[in-house]
Design a protein around this ligand. Sequence first.
Ligand code: BGC
Length: 462
Amino acid sequence: MKIEFPKDFLWGVATSSCQIEGSANIDGKVDSVWDTYADAGKCLKGDTPRVACDHYHRYKEDVALMKELGVKVYRFSICWPRVISDIKGTVNEKGLEFYSNLVDELIAAGIEPWITLFHWDLPQYLQDAFGGFLSRDIVGYFQYYTEVMVKALGDRVKHWMPINEPDNATTFSYGFPWMPPGPVVGEKKTANSIHHINLCHGIAVKTIKELCPDAKVGCAFDCAAYYPREDCDDNWALIEQEWKYENGYFLDPMFFGKYPDCSFRNWHDGYPDIEHGDMELLNHPIDFLGINQYYGYVLKIDGRGHNGYNFYVREHNDLPNSCMGITPDMFYYLLKYLHRHYPIKELYVTENGNAWTTDTEEEQLKDDYRIDFIKMHLSSVRKAMDEGYFVNGYFHWSFIDNFEWGSGYKWKFGLVHLGEDLKREPKKSFWWYKDLIKNNSFEKDREYSNNENPQLIFWNKK
Ligand code: BGC
């Protein structure tokens, strides 16, 4: 069966600065919280992002590969501590020059640059000074950084995303000990960090629009995607309640200028400190919704759990074990849900991809499972589109194997293989994705079965 996409569908790939650039101390770059965390030996095998893919020096080779791949768009992020050197706001011209050259190289290759301003590499000096997103002071610093970047690149860059996955950057850093900078601070302060990161998003949207009125601004949000095992109205009512609870912290302020009534419901003293004018700022209109989706949860209605129905399972299927689980159906349900509840102008999948736990070096290059993975997810996207829920583009995560945060270099998400010597080698999926882009379609040659014994993840989250 042929799965086709509209002619103007945007095909792309995505990366982030900390995960690929390397050159951690070169040309005036100062440390990010991830440099500090990795240097302390907290990532798997003691891996660090100090060299990563050495993209800082090899960006021309990488852009040439992207051109070969045929992508129309490339989403990458700016390393804040590469361009602003200290708390006084000293601009590092060398850092700006790197991004300016990268943008020029992309445009010359016919690839449109899409920029994320913050993909987790917070300057260490802001963490040291006031605890990063724990303090409202972060908002002024983020505004200044946004201004610097838009003045430097706004003449050529017309798509901006202020924050990558605000949820992970706050709840995973301050609510749980899973990511730097930490520390775990309890509900009230975590709630404030969420509000502060939302304010950073809002101030950046306003700033970009003022400085560059023809630019489009959106987000790259990791939605919690629940979906029903059996599609019936009762299940949907419960599921929608859960979606609102999990995603409303970020989506509702952006779209409606308020936190949903259910937000912070289980946080006891966890409601954030909101000041006059905050909600208007959060509600600055965005031009596109970007969603970073890796997996969803099948929600089984069984009368247990904090809402009387929580029993989350992750659905598997007949691909090899991946590091995250595989739930392609989530796209169909997620897209339906988002379109029904939010006034979306354009919608992009700003990240989707996976890594596998068992692959040998040979399998890494002959990655049929990645091709299957993309096919099944795009089929689910297409199914939603067939029912009228539009999607405007898809960015595969990731262009190249890279520094996968706390997992170091163990998990390999790339369409391009990264050798020990940093040599780039396109995988089989690279050539398949190239054909997909060229034809705007692919052949779906089989159905994928769901595992009858889905894995229990957790129940009763409280
Ligand atoms: C992040 C990426 C990360 C990917 C795979 C996303 O949540 O934005 O930086 O590499 O997940 O774990």
